[in-house]
Write a protein that binds this ligand. Structure first.
Ligand SMILES: NC(=O)C1=CN([C@@H]2O[C@H](COP(=O)(O)OP(=O)(O)OC[C@H]3O[C@@H](n4cnc5c(N)ncnc54)[C@H](O)[C@@H]3O)[C@@H](O)[C@H]2O)[C@@H](O)CC1
Ligand SMILES: [K+]
Length: 505
């Protein structure tokens, strides 16, 4: 499903009205009624409802909601926070309908008066500001937002919590902290920004009759969900053999960090790889092999438990490789990473310490004729780009798209909402995963799943989006059935893959 910016949402709206011929007042009616259907599941009609409306179409939705709740026997008051003349067009039409239906509207701009009304209500519907907000929230909205948040009453936002920007790039704002948000037709970008999404509370989309088209193919951002995985993940052919599912190489690990490559290798095997070979230091092989008996091993030259030399490897005998996990950050591991980038004419995934090593070698990556996948978390992304972590979290879509295009890489920016970008600038947001994954080792497991997916018979975009989905889905199933977000560890996520493959896909 497309994720839209405010501009794209307005384009769709304009298309529906101007080309499609649908009346904007009907869209507003549809929005309000769809949201009322949701509200009536949450609120019973003995509760007193206060609808806060602003000057735009978000306020117009508020009038439709108020009228339809009134029709259903709810006690509703609309507090209009702007002067009468500011309410125009479709919103003015629906305001008049509410009045005709004997609805009560109070024009209030004093925050103390708003506070009195709030203290006599059970539920507040926030229809003050929608996606049309620009700049900092002005008065009286700012004060009203602060009062609503302080009261902690059931708060339901229309389309977007008032004050939350629709798009990325705005780090500081004052906004309603909603319990529920009913998002009109398509998800807005800010739903997938970790500093904005908590404001939405629980959210759901409501359909109002708009087409799900986007017009600027240049900025295509989509969610990747179970339906996409089911459609794209290749089925295993009855007549396939181990060579049909990929032969992968994992390079990394050190004497003190054997677990990382062990988990990458095991996760790759548990996600369908035919054969996995681990290249690591001799000292680490026995412990890794006892955990991952299905893999084969290449012993790398080492000194004090750190890889120091790359043995002769015929990279062309592998379908893909992953490098960097638990490798350490020495000069020798840096030069090995560089050599692999140049010599291996196969798809490569670079993670963890490998990412630290490539900062100065990005031109070498650009020159590669085979795909390169980078899997940074925001801290590593900051290291690679020179932006601060805050800047990355404020504009993660823009920063990752720019980087993927500029360096010709597939980029997986890991986070609450992992963003997958391809070298052409297309982007997807993963929809699975939970806070239980915020632990050491999660990234190693993800790398293994991705390596495996990269070797199956699917496009690289599908491989990466499917891999991210499967990783998060394993954690979600575990947390819902046997583990908690507290005790979930990375190896559980590997064990949980079976539930994902058996039940979800
Ligand atoms: N297809 C669509 O896009 C539809 C949109 N609808 C609703 O319409 C909304 C968008 O409507 P609008 O474009 O009228 O925009 P809004 O309703 O979000 O707000 C615009 C109004 O807010 C004021 N404003 C802007 N920035 C402000 C600030 N910083 N502080 C205080 N006031 C500020 C402006 O003066 C303007 O009057 C959506 O969020 C949605 O709720 C629905 O009615 C149905 C159809
Ligand atoms: K709102």
């Amino acid at each position: 499903m497309h994720i839209v910016t405010a501009k794209e949402m307005y384009e769709i709206d304009r298309f529906a009205i101007e080309k499609g011929g649908i009346d904007g007042r009907i869209l507003m009616e549809n929005a309000g009624r769809a949201i009322v259907d949701q509200i009536t599941n949450l609120v019973d009609n003995t509760e007193r409802i206060l609808v806060l409306v602003g000057s735009g179409n978000n306020g117009g939705d508020g009038f439709v909601i108020a009228r339809n709740l009134l029709n259903k026997g709810y006690e509703v008051i609309v507090l209009q926070l702007v002067a009468d003349e500011k309410i125009k067009g479709d919103a003015a039409y629906h305001k008049q309908l509410f009045i005709n239906f004997k609805g009560k509207i109070q024009l209030v701009q004093e925050v103390t008066v708003v506070e009195q009304y709030l203290s006599n209500a059970d539920v507040v519907i926030d229809a003050m500001l929608g996606i049309g907000i620009s700049g900092e929230v002005r008065q009286p909205f700012k004060q009203v937002i602060e009062v609503v948040n302080k009261l902690e009453m059931l708060t339901i936002s229309v389309d977007i919590p008032s004050g939350v920007p629709a798009d990325e790039g705005v780090a500081n704002f004052t906004a309603i902290k909603a319990d529920y948000t009913f998002v009109v037709e398509l998800p807005k970008l800010s739903l997938y920004l970790e500093y904005c999404s908590p404001f939405y509370g629980q959210w759901r989309l409501v359909e109002i009759g708009l087409p799900h088209t986007t017009f600027s193919q240049d900025n295509l951002i989509e969610t990747w969900n179970q339906k996409n995985v089911v459609e794209t993940l290749p089925k295993r052919n009855r007549y396939s053999h181990k060579g049909s599912h990929g032969k992968g190489l994992v390079i990394g690990g050190s004497h003190t960090m054997p677990g990382s490559v062990a988990m990458t290798a095991k996760a790759a095997l548990r996600s369908g790889s035919g054969l996995i070979t681990v290249g690591t230091v001799q000292e680490a092989i026995p412990s890794i092999a006892s955990y991952c008996m299905e893999a084969t091993y290449i012993s790398f030259l080492s000194n004090e438990g750190i890889i120091t030399g790359l043995p002769a490897i015929d990279f062309s005998s592998y379908d893909a490789l992953a490098i960097g996990m638990g490798m350490g950050r020495s000069e020798s591991t840096a030069s090995i990473t560089k050599k692999v980038i140049v010599d291996a004419k196969i798809p490569i995934l670079i993670d963890a310490d490998g990412l630290q090593h490539i900062k100065g070698d990005l031109p070498l990556i650009k020159q590669r004729q085979h795909p390169t996948v980078l899997t940074p978390h925001p801290g590593e992304m900051a290291m690679l780009t020179g932006y601060s972590v805050k800047e990355i979290l404020t504009s993660p879509f823009k920063v990752s798209k720019q980087f993927a295009r500029e360096h010709g890489v597939y980029l997986i920016l890991k986070g609450v909402h992992t963003i997958i970008s391809d070298p052409n600038g297309r982007q997807w947001v993963n929809t699975t995963g939970n806070a239980g994954l915020a632990k050491g080792g999660s990234g190693d497991v993800l790398s293994g799943i991705l390596l495996s997916m990269m070797m199956q018979n699917q496009s690289l975009n599908d491989a990466l989006t499917n891999g991210c989905f499967i990783h998060g889905a394993s954690a979600d199933i575990l947390v819902s059935e046997q583990r908690s977000k507290q005790d979930l560890v990375a190896t559980d996520v590997i064990d949980g893959l079976t539930s994902v493959f058996r039940t979800l896909i």
